[in-house]
Design a protein around this ligand. Structure first.
Ligand code: HEM
Ligand code: NAG
Ligand code: NAG
Length: 501
C-alpha cells in the first residue's frame, strides 16, 4: 500500500517536473514579424552549450535551417543573430534603439571591481572617459608609437646581449613578456626602483593569472568561485594605487588625462581609481599580446611571408638611410609605418584567423529594424542583437581557402586591398577584430602599430625558427571575447643577426 502511494507521488512529481521543464524549454513564443525562434530543449541554458562548444559551426547550421536572421535562447537571454554582412550596417549605425553601455558597464564592474561609470554619483564620467580616447589618435598616437619603439628597442637590446648563440624559448611567453613590459612602460611609465623591471614582471604574472579566469568573470560566474582570482585582482589593483603611480616616470597623455579626470570625482575612492587604471591596462594588453603572438607564429610558419615582410622593411630602412640591427635605433614616421603594406596585410591576416569578438547590442524598446532590401525584423526590448564576425572572416565566398594563412590577402597590385565581395557585391565590413560602430576599439590604431613595431624589431634583430613540430589550435575558452589564445605554447629559437657593416 505504502509503496503504491509512494510511486504515485513519484509519478505525479515527475509529471509536474516534466511540465515545468517543458514550460521552461518552450519559454516564449515567436510573434508575427519576429525572426525564427530557437529555444533548445535544455531549460534555462537553451542552446548555450551547443553555441559555446563551436559558435561558428553552430551558427552556420542554424543559418542553413532558419535563414540569415534568427533568435536563439542562450542561458536565459534571447540573442537575435544577423548572419548576412550586408545587414551589419543597419545594426552598427543604430545606436539609439540598440544600446551598448548599460550591459557592458555591468560586465566591466563585476569583472574589474570598478564602480559603474554610468552612476549618477559620477556625472558625465562615461562621456569624459570617451573624450580621453582622443589621446589614442592623431599626434598623441605618434608620440605613443615613438615611445613604444624606444621601449621595445631597449627590451630587444637586453634580449640581444643574451642571444649571441641560438637561444630557445617558448613563443607565447616571449611575446607576452616583451609586449607587456613595452606597453606598460609606454602607457604607465617606468618603475624607477632598482627592481623596476621585477615589479613589472610581477604585475605581468598576476595579470596572466587573472586573465586566465577573465572568460568566467565575463560570463557572470562569481569571483568567489574562481579560486585565487579575487585575491590576485585585488593585488593587481593595489599596484595602481596613487602612491605607486606617482612614482612611475614618463607615461602617456592618455593615462595622465585619466588620472586628472579621476581627481575631479570626489566620490571615487582611492581603490576605485586604481581599479579604473587596472581595467585600462587589461584592455590595452589582453588582446594585443595574443594578436602579436599569432602574427609572429604565422610568419615563422610561412618563410615566404617572413621573407616578403623582411624585404619590405629592409627596403624602407635603406631608402631612409637607416642601418638595422642591434645598436642602431630605428625611427619611422607614421606615414612610413602606414606604408608597410605587406607587414600590415600579414598582421590583418593573423587578426582574421584569430579574432573572435562577438558584437552585442541591447534592444532599448520593442521596435522594427529596417534592413537591406526592404526586409525588416521585429525586435523585443531586453533582447540582444548579435553579430559574429568569425563567420564572415571564414566565409569562402569572401576569402578563398579561408582556413589558409595567406600573408598577402590584403594586397592588390602592391597596394592595400580593401575591396572584398560577396554575391558579387562589395562589402563594407570584411574584417572586424575591433568591433563596430560606436563601440569600436579606441586603441585599434595603437594596437596595430605596436604589433608592427614588434615585428620590425624582431625581424631586424634576429634570425628565428620554430623548433617544435606541432600545429597549434585555438583555445576555445575565449570564443566571443576577443583574440583567441593558442591551445598550447610552442618552442622556438632565435639568434642575433650578424651586424651590418
Ligand atoms: C589587437 C588588439 C586589440 C583588439 C583585438 C581589441 C579589441 C577591442 C574590441 C572588440 C573592443 C570593443 C568591445 C565590444 O564592442 O564589446 C575594444 C574596446 C576597447 N579597447 Fe581594444 N583591442 C585591442 C587593443 C587595444 C589597445 C592597445 C588599447 C589601449 C591602448 C585598447 C583599448 C580599448 C578600450 C579602452 C576599449 C573600451 C572602449 C569603450 O569604452 O567603449 N584596445 N577593444
Ligand atoms: C604598491 O605596490 C606594491 C607592489 O609593488 C604593493 O605591495 C603595495 O601594496 C602598493 N602600495 C600601495 C600604497 O597600495
Ligand atoms: C587592415 O585592417 C584595417 C581594419 O582593421 C584596415 O583599416 C586596414 O586598411 C587594413 N590594412 C590592409 C593592408 O589591408
Amino acid at each position: 500500500m505504502a509503496s503504491c502511494d509512494l510511486s504515485l507521488l513519484y509519478t505525479s512529481g515527475l509529471a509536474i517536473a516534466a511540465a515545468l521543464l517543458l514550460w521552461a524549454a518552450i519559454g516564449r513564443r515567436r510573434k508575427a514579424g519576429e525572426p525564427p525562434l530557437i529555444n533548445g530543449w535544455i531549460p534555462f541554458l537553451g542552446k548555450a552549450l551547443s553555441f559555446m562548444k563551436a559558435p561558428s559551426t553552430f551558427l552556420l547550421s542554424q543559418q542553413q535551417k532558419f535563414g540569415d536572421v534568427f533568435t536563439i535562447h542562450l542561458a536565459g537571454r534571447y540573442y537575435t543573430f544577423f548572419m548576412d554582412p550586408f545587414q551589419f550596417v543597419y545594426i552598427t549605425r543604430n545606436s539609439k534603439q540598440l544600446g551598448f553601455q548599460e550591459f557592458a558597464d555591468k560586465m566591466i564592474c563585476r569583472t574589474f571591481d570598478v564602480p559603474s561609470v554610468l552612476s549618477t554619483k559620477f556625472p558625465e564620467m562615461n562621456e569624459n572617459l570617451h573624450r580621453i580616447y582622443q589621446y589614442l589618435q592623431g599626434k598623441s598616437l605618434d608620440t605613443l608609437s615613438e615611445d613604444m619603439m624606444k621601449n621595445l628597442q631597449q627590451i630587444f637590446e637586453r634580449k640581444c646581449s643574451q642571444a649571441t648563440d641560438w637561444e630557445a624559448e617558448k613563443m607565447y611567453k616571449f611575446c607576452c613578456s616583451v609586449m607587456f613590459e613595452a606597453s606598460f612602460i609606454t602607457l604607465y611609465g617606468r618603475v624607477p626602483a632598482a627592481d623596476g623591471h621585477k615589479v613589472i614582471s610581477e604585475i605581468r604574472d598576476k595579470f596572466t593569472k587573472f586573465d586566465a579566469n577573465f572568460p568566467y568573470l565575463a560570463l557572470g560566474i562569481p569571483v568567489e568561485l574562481l579560486g585565487a582570482t579575487k585575491k590576485v585582482r585585488k593585488e593587481l589593483i593595489y599596484h595602481f594605487s596613487y602612491q605607486n603611480m606617482t612614482k612611475w616616470l614618463g607615461g602617456s597623455e592618455v593615462i595622465q588625462a585619466r588620472k586628472d579626470l579621476f581627481e575631479k570625482y570626489e566620490l571615487l575612492t582611492v581603490y576605485d581609481k586604481a581599479a579604473h587604471h587596472f581595467t585600462f591596462l587589461w584592455a590595452s594588453v589582453a588582446n594585443t599580446i595574443p594578436a602579436t603572438f599569432w602574427a609572429m607564429y604565422y610568419l615563422l610558419r610561412h618563410p615566404e611571408a617572413l621573407a616578403a615582410v623582411r624585404d619590405e622593411i629592409d627596403h624602407l630602412l635603406q631608402s631612409t638611410g637607416q642601418k638595422k640591427g642591434p645598436g642602431y635605433n630605428i625611427h619611422l614616421t607614421r606615414e612610413q609605418l602606414d606604408n608597410l603594406v605587406y607587414l600590415e596585410s600579414a598582421v590583418n591576416e593573423s587578426l582574421r584567423m584569430s579574432s573572435s569578438s562577438i558584437n552585442l547590442r541591447l534592444c532599448q524598446e520593442d521596435f522594427i529594424l529596417k534592413l537591406d532590401g526592404n526586409q525588416e525584423a521585429s525586435l523585443r526590448k531586453g533582447d540582444f542583437v548579435a553579430l559574429y564576425p568569425p563567420t564572415l572572416h571564414m566565409d569562402p565566398e569572401v576569402y578563398e581557402d579561408p582556413k589558409e594563412y595567406k600573408f598577402d590577402r590584403y594586397i592588390e597590385n602592391g597596394k592595400k586591398k580593401t575591396t572584398f565581395y560577396k554575391r558579387g557585391r562589395k562589402l563594407k565590413y570584411f574584417l572586424m577584430p575591433f568591433g563596430s560602430g560606436s563601440t569600436k576599439c579606441p586603441g585599434r590604431f595603437f594596437a596595430v602599430n605596436e604589433i608592427k613595431l614588434f615585428l620590425i624589431l624582431f625581424a631586424t634583430h634576429f634570425d628565428a625558427e620554430i623548433v617544435e613540430n606541432k600545429n597549434l589550435g585555438f583555445d576555445n575558452n575565449r570564443m566571443g571575447l576577443g583574440i583567441l589564445l593558442p591551445d598550447s605554447d610552442i618552442a622556438f629559437r632565435y639568434k642575433l643577426k650578424s651586424l651590418e657593416k
